[in-house]
Design a protein around this ligand. Structure first.
Ligand SMILES: Cc1ncc(C[n+]2csc(CCOP(=O)(O)OP(=O)(O)O)c2C)c(N)n1
Ligand SMILES: [Mg+2]
Length: 320
């Protein structure tokens, strides 16, 4: 498949933006400037980037507790995201939600989610709405290997298949649910095998190859938009950091970690772009500088924003 230079560069830019956002979160969390939990997406950037490159603002995504990458790839605003991480009044949730509750309905981002597997029925519901309203929008659900063991997975995929909903289920198999290796939490190697049980196509791909993700999701989105129903795509990948910031990750085999870090999705793309002379080293340096600039601007915005006022403590937190 032919992919334009612009598209390849936009993949690279998005992946860099996610990586630098997350690296900044590492630094700020360690400095005590980000309250609450952060679960970082470093190492998994190719999945959100390749998938969301097939979507428009009219399409929906549901995200997870490890959501920054999905939100950025779907067009989420960096300054509002960073302010939310800081707990500032200018943040996406007015500083009351934090990392795991960021949503932007106008961009089709139906939310990060602290409840593992909760995005699956939400994405299925959104896909149902797309079909019912006869729009040609699709709904993409990101979730982890751990979340694929939840009952919500079964209910969602079964319903989406029965109703031929325009949904794409993307399993980010980073091989761990917290400290629990996939080998201990399921008796299969490929989560895409489960698709057969729902009568939908399933495939396993290299989740560290942004082009492979883009192409696989492109097909699944095309199928969904045509009215041919849902698909399950398993992306094998790896999180470089602990489950959350503060987790030293002692349960990981250091050799395996080293092998996967060498398969870093950003470095892989960078090498490909240079090899095929899509960019020069100077252009790469320029794109990196630009991405750093965007993150610095978001941090400045967050730092200069006000804390929520005490009299707003109970507003927006409960809808009766
Ligand atoms: C319903 C529910 N059960 C348990 C938890 C605690 N928990 C948070 S993250 C996580 C592991 C999720 O693993 P996976 O789905 O593979 O996502 P990953 O963290 O690897 O991206 C668990 C069990 C939760 N948040 N929600
Ligand atoms: Mg996992």
């Amino acid at each position: 498949m032919e992919i334009t230079k612009e598209k390849l560069l936009s993949f690279y830019e998005t992946m860099l933006t996610i990586r630098y956002f997350e690296e900044k979160a590492v630094e700020l969390f360690a400095a005590g400037q980000i309250p609450g939990f952060v679960h970082l997406y470093i190492g998994e950037e190719a999945v959100a980037t390749g998938a969301c490159a097939n979507l428009t603002d009219k399409d929906y995504i549901t995200s997870t507790h490890r959501g920054h990458g999905h939100l950025i790839a779907k067009g989420g605003k960096l300054d509002l995201m960073m302010a939310e991480l800081f707990g500032k009044a200018s943040g996406y949730c007015k500083g009351k939600g934090g990392s795991m509750h960021i949503a932007d309905v106008n961009l089709g981002i139906l939310g990060a989610n602290g409840i593992v597997g909760a995005g699956q029925p939400i994405a299925t519901g959104a896909a149902f709405a797309c079909k019912y309203k006869k729009t040609d929008a699709v709904s993409v659900c990101f979730f982890g290997d751990g979340a694929s063991n939840r009952g919500t997975f079964h209910e969602s995929l079964n319903m989406a298949s029965i109703f031929k909903l325009p949904a794409v289920y993307i399993c980010e198999n980073n091989m761990y649910g917290i400290s629990n290796n996939q080998k201990n939490h399921m008796n299969i190697n490929d989560i895409s095998d489960r698709a057969a049980a729902y009568g939908m196509p399933g495939m396993t791909i290299d989740g560290n190859d942004v082009i492979a993700v883009y192409e696989a999701v492109k097909e699944a989105v095309k199928r969904a938009r045509k009215g041919d129903g849902p698909s399950l795509i398993e992306c094998k990948t790896w999180r470089h950091r602990g489950h959350f910031e503060g987790d030293p990750g002692v349960y990981k085999d250091p050799k395996e970690q080293e092998t996967w870090v060498k398969k870093d999705p950003i470095i892989k793309l960078e090498e490909k772009l240079l090899e095929h002379k899509v960019v020069t080293k100077e252009e790469i340096a320029h794109l990196q500088e630009e991405a750093h600039g965007k993150i610095e601007a978001a941090v400045e915005f967050a730092k200069n924003s006000k804390d929520p006022s005490l009299d707003e403590l109970l507003t927006d937190v409960y809808a009766g």
